[in-house]
Design a protein around this ligand. Structure first.
Ligand SMILES: [Zn+2]
Length: 158
């Protein structure tokens, strides 16, 4: 069984997958997707970049339930359309990266600030085998069937 990334070069696979971007060798600014032409830092004139593997963990910054099929270039993978949760995750580098939530998880498992880790799962299968994509998997989820009623919202204004 072969599994290859649906998007080549955007992430690594294996036991500890990570997103791949680039880092300006002058100022250290990191980019995802990778920036290879010129540094967007206005205070930097760097034009050389090295490959950079991002942290595998982050915190949910925002999330949504995609109840309707997104417009192109989204590639429909299920017919009829199956709603899925999308999470915007702030990585340790401070970058926010959008991704689908891991299989078996939904918006009910997410809150702003929920710790997540990057996993690689099958997006669809074609002639070559499984094609994979990165997803965000909530970690440290309580296995308690009940839900806590006292939810603390640090810094939550209004
Ligand atoms: Zn730079």
């Amino acid at each position: 069984m072969t599994a290859t990334p649906a998007i080549e070069g955007w992430f690594t696979t294996g036991a500890a997958p990570a997103l791949l971007g680039s880092r300006c060798t002058d100022c250290g600014t990191v980019y995802f997707p990778r920036e290879l032409v010129f540094c967007k830092n206005p205070a930097c004139s760097g034009e050389t970049f090295e490959e950079y593997a991002f942290s595998r963990t982050g915190k949910v910054w925002s999330y949504t339930d995609a109840q309707y099929q997104p417009p192109p270039p989204y590639v429909p993978v299920a017919d009829p359309y199956v709603p899925f949760a999308l999470a915007a995750v702030e990585l340790e580098e401070g970058l926010v990266v959008l991704g689908q939530v891991a299989d078996g998880y939904g918006v009910a498992d997410l809150k702003v600030g929920t710790p997540v880790e990057l996993v690689v799962e099958t997006l669809y299968t074609d002639d070559t085998g499984d094609r994979t994509i990165w997803r965000w998997k909530p970690v440290g989820r309580s296995s308690e069937p009940g839900r806590s009623s006292a939810v603390e919202t640090p810094g939550g204004a209004g």
